[in-house]
Ligand binder design. Structure first.
Ligand SMILES: *Cc1c(COP(=O)(O)O)cnc(C)c1O
Length: 379
C-alpha cells in the first residue's frame, strides 16, 4: 500500500551501520597481512568462539553444509549406514547423509517446537543406525536429554545441526548446555543471514573430543595433517581470513543481538494477544529450559497463503520455511517415503510463516505487522 515503507524479513544493512568502523578495521588488517586462507586470524576466531561456547575445540570450514559433511566423514559414515534426522529442515541436513552414500531415516516432528520427536527417533533406531542429526529448529534446542542415554548405550553418534541455533542453550543437569556442545559434534553455519553471520560462506564443527576435532581439521585440508602427506582423502573446505576477522567482530556483539531478537519475539507475543489472534495464529513456543534465539520467528497461521499475500500487498515481507518436507523432495523419491509418511511435518509445510525478525526490527514495524494480521482475519 502506498505511503508505507517496506518491512523486510531481514535487514543486514541496518546491522552493518552499527558495526561499520569495526568491520572495516578488521578487513583492512587482513588485507595488510595478505594471509587470506586459514592462518592466525582464523586460529584466533576458533579460540574465541570455543571460549564463548565453552567447548574444547572449534574447527572452522567453508560452510554449514561442509560442516555437516565433515562431521559425518569424521564419524566414518559409510554406504549402508543409517542416519536418523528430521524431514522438516533445510535441505543440507539430509544431503550430507546421501553425499556419503548413507541412508537418511526420518522421524516426524513435534507440532509445538517444530523439532524432531525423540520418542519417534527411538522407534527409528535399527542395528544399522550409526548417527543421529538433531536440528535445533529456528533457534531452539531439541529435547536431547530424552535420547542421549539411548544413543550412548548403542554407540550412536549425535551430530547436532546448529546452523539456526548459535547462542541457544538448554537446561542440562543443574546447569546449561549450549547448542553444539551436547552431542558428539556440533555443526554451525555462518551464512550471512544466520544469527552469527559472516559476509560470505563459512561454517564450523565443534567437539569436546580432541581426536574428532583433529580429524575434522585434517579432513578440511584434503586429509593432510602435515604438508603434502595425506593419511586419508579429505575435501577442500577452509575458512578465509576475511570472514574470520568479520566474525570476530560480530561475535563480540552476539549476546546483545540475541537479546534484541528475544525482546522482539516478546513484543510479537504481546501484540498478538492484544489483537486477540489466538484462534487464527499460533506463535512459536519456547519450551521449558530453553533459551530460544529466534533465528526465525515462525508462527502457524490459518489460511497461510492468503495471509502472506495480504501482508505482501501491504509491503510486509514474510517467508515460508519450508514449503516442502524433505521426504517429498524429488531427489529423495528413491527412499520410498510417500505423502502421509510424516503428517506433522507435512502439516507444518502448509501452516508455517516466518515473520520479519532481526535485532534492529522496531516496535513501530511490529505494530504495523500485528495490525495488518488482525485486519486480515477480520476480513
Ligand atoms: C543454513 C542451514 C544449513 C547449511 O548452511 P550453509 O552455510 O548455507 O551451507 C544446514 N542446516 C540448516 C538447518 C540450516 O538452516
Amino acid at each position: 500500500m502506498a505511503g508505507f515503507d517496506a518491512v523486510p524479513s531481514f535487514d543486514l544493512k541496518r546491522n552493518y551501520a552499527r558495526v561499520e568502523p569495526e568491520i572495516k578495521e578488521a578487513v583492512e588488517r587482513v588485507l595488510a597481512s595478505s594471509q587470506f586462507i586459514l592462518g592466525p586470524e582464523v586460529a584466533e576466531f576458533e579460540k574465541e568462539i570455543a571460549g564463548y561456547l565453552e567447548t574444547a575445540r572449534a574447527v572452522t570450514c567453508a560452510s554449514g553444509t561442509d560442516a555437516l559433511i565433515l562431521a559425518l566423514m569424521a564419524l566414518d559414515i559409510k554406504p549402508g549406514d543409517e542416519v536418523i534426522t528430521t524431514p522438516f529442515s533445510f535441505f543440507a541436513t539430509v544431503s550430507c547423509i546421501t553425499r556419503l552414500g548413507a541412508r537418511p531415516v526420518f522421524a516426524d516432528v513435534e507440532p509445538d517446537s517444530y523439532s524432531i520427536s525423540m520418542q519417534l527417533v527411538r522407534e527409528a533406531v535399527t542395528s544399522r543406525t550409526k548417527a543421529f542429526i538433531p536440528v535445533h529448529m529456528f533457534g531452539q534446542m531439541c529435547r536431547l536429554e530424552d535420547i542421549e542415554d539411548t544413543m550412548s548405550e548403542r554407540g550412536i553418534a549425535i551430530a547436532e545441526d546448529c546452523a539456526q541455533a548459535f547462542a541457544a542453550h538448554r537446561a542440562r543437569g543443574g546447569g546449561i548446555a549450549r547448542a553444539g556442545t551436547w552431542g558428539t559434534l556440533g555443526c554451525f553455519s555462518f551464512f550471512p543471514t544466520k544469527n552469527l553471520g559472516a559476509y560470505g560462506d563459512a561454517g564450523m564443527v565443534t567437539s569436546a573430543s580432541e581426536e574428532l576435532a583433529a580429524r575434522v581439521s585434517r579432513l578440511r585440508v584434503h586429509g593432510s595433517a602435515s604438508a603434502y602427506l595425506h593419511d586419508e582423502v579429505g575435501i577442500n573446505s577452509r575458512m578465509d581470513a576475511i570472514q574470520a576477522a568479520i566474525l570476530r567482530v560480530r561475535l563480540r556483539h552476539a549476546e546483545t543481538w540475541t537479546e534484541e531478537r528475544r525482546e522482539a519475539a516478546r513484543r510479537y507475543g504481546l501484540l498478538f494477544a492484544e489483537h486477540g489472534l489466538a484462534e487464527h495464529l499460533t506463535p512459536p513456543s519456547e519450551t521449558p529450559g530453553n533459551r530460544h534465539t529466534y533465528h526465525q520467528y515462525v508462527v502457524r497461521a490459518r489460511r497461510r497463503d492468503e495471509l502472506q499475500k495480504f501482508l505482501a500487498e501491504r509491503n510486509i515481507a514474510s517467508r515460508v520455511y519450508y514449503p516442502l518436507a524433505l521426504h517429498l523432495q524429488p531427489c529423495f523419491a528413491c527412499l520410498g517415503y510417500k505423502k502421509g509418511s510424516f503428517p506433522e511435518a507435512e502439516r507444518l509445510t502448509e501452516e508455517v510463516l516466518a515473520l520479519p525478525m532481526f535485532p534492529e526490527l522496531t516496535m513501530e514495524e511490529q505494530e504495523r505487522i500485528a495490525g495488518a494480521i488482525a485486519e486480515f482475519y477480520k476480513s
